[in-house]
Design a protein around this ligand. Structure first.
Ligand code: MD3
Ligand code: FE
Length: 203
């Protein structure tokens, strides 16, 4: 079930349902090397979303700014490899949205507990904006906010549920987006949280 959101953005409802348990199992192995952490924004605030990464490059925020880094600053080691299930999901979802041969080198994993949020922002730390971004939602549902290229553009809301995958490319690639504070709840596979896998070709 493929639903156009705005030009360039496609919602694939339930696309990851059948492999959700495999994804979460593979995520446990990633977490064994690079556990959840709350990063600090350049302004000095602790992010309410807990994060980790896998793949050649990982997204990092600290007092010096945002960047992609080959090394996990917490361990001093490279980020864990991207599991094959992750790569396959990202490539298949991108293809379903019309982006052939998408090979992500970065997967940022976000964990939302009750109250955690992500304020309206653009993803601008990647090298090539012609590459799409694929995001997969697991566990508790969340309200996703998305606006236009300019921060003041009117924004719309969309509920993202377990198994939903969204592909953002073309004219939607630089749109503003965010997640409203997560509501409490319990999901059989993730417990009291929502997990989002965000696949990018960053380098
Ligand atoms: C629209 N994550 O990690 S995923 C992020 O649910 C991020 O954790 C949110 O925004 C989350 O940067 C939203 C959906 C998403 C991801 C990237 C986008 C939407 C996007 C890039 C451009 C436009
Ligand atoms: Fe984002």
């Amino acid at each position: 079930l493929s639903i156009p959101i705005v030009p360039g953005a496609v919602l694939l409802r339930g696309f990851a349902n059948d492999i959700a348990q495999q994804l979460l199992g593979d995520l446990e192995r990633v977490l064994a090397s690079s556990p959840w952490r709350h990063m600090t924004t350049p302004g000095g605030f602790r992010m309410s979303v807990a994060m980790t990464n896998c793949g050649t490059l990982g997204w990092v925020s600290d007092r010096t700014g945002y960047r992609y880094d080959r090394v996990d600053p917490a361990s001093g080691e490279p980020w864990p490899a991207m599991p094959a299930t992750f790569l396959q999901l990202a490539a298949q979802a991108a293809a379903a949205a019309g982006f052939d041969r998408f090979v992500p080198d970065a997967c940022l994993v976000n964990r939302y507990e009750a109250g955690a949020r992500l304020s309206l922002h653009q993803d601008r730390d990647e090298r090539d904006y012609a590459q799409p971004i694929v995001s997969a939602s697991l566990g508790l549902p969340a309200t996703f906010l998305f606006g236009g290229i300019r921060r003041a553009d009117k924004s719309r809301r969309l509920s993202l549920a377990h198994g939903d995958v969204v592909v953002w490319g073309g004219p939607a690639r630089l749109s503003h987006h965010g997640i409203l504070p997560l509501k409490e709840g319990e999901h059989p596979l993730t417990g009291r949280c929502r997990i989002n896998l965000t696949f990018r070709k960053a380098g």
